[in-house]
Ligand binder design. Structure first.
Ligand code: ZN
Length: 145
């Protein structure tokens, strides 16, 4: 039951990604590439002080990578830099550690099923690695390899 619901959310976000497109003004951006799957995305963020005011992305990839970028950009708005980094850690744990729980992850919990498919973990975390690069204000392309 819950798996079906999670799959539905992932499909919905991959078909109709939220926050897809460019920002009028951005403070930082980064490019991400997952050579294993061919997923590619560019993330733009607008920071006001320490808070992420807005985030958008463009790119193409598999359903999991697009849905992950869509849900990540939704989740990010209003978060501080430290909260965003913490979320990335928690999200990564959820995907790699069977004992991890999704209690404080909200909608991001839909990716818990991905840990059954280790090859897809990089699809789900690509957007987050790219976020990290953007927060560090790097203009270099990040690769999940
Ligand atoms: Zn992928």
């Amino acid at each position: 039951m819950i798996d079906d619901l999670y799959q539905e959310i992932i499909l919905d976000h991959s078909k109709k990604p939220r926050n897809f497109g460019h920002l009028d003004a951005s403070s930082a951006h980064a490019e991400g590439f997952n050579p294993l799957c061919g997923d590619r995305l560019t993330l733009e963020i607008l920071l006001e002080g320490d808070v992420v005011k807005d985030a958008r992305f463009v790119g193409a990839g598999c359903a999991i990578s697009v849905a992950s970028a869509s849900l990540m950009t939704e989740t990010l708005k209003g978060k501080t830099r430290a909260e965003a980094e913490k979320l990335f850690e928690r999200f990564h744990q959820l995907l790699t550690n069977d004992a991890a729980n999704a209690d404080d992850l909200g909608k991001l919990a839909v990716f818990s099923g991905v840990r059954e498919y280790p090859a897809r973990v990089k699809c789900a975390t690509l957007a987050w690695h790219t976020l990290k690069a953007a927060l560090e204000n790097s203009d270099e392309e990040v690769s999940t390899e």
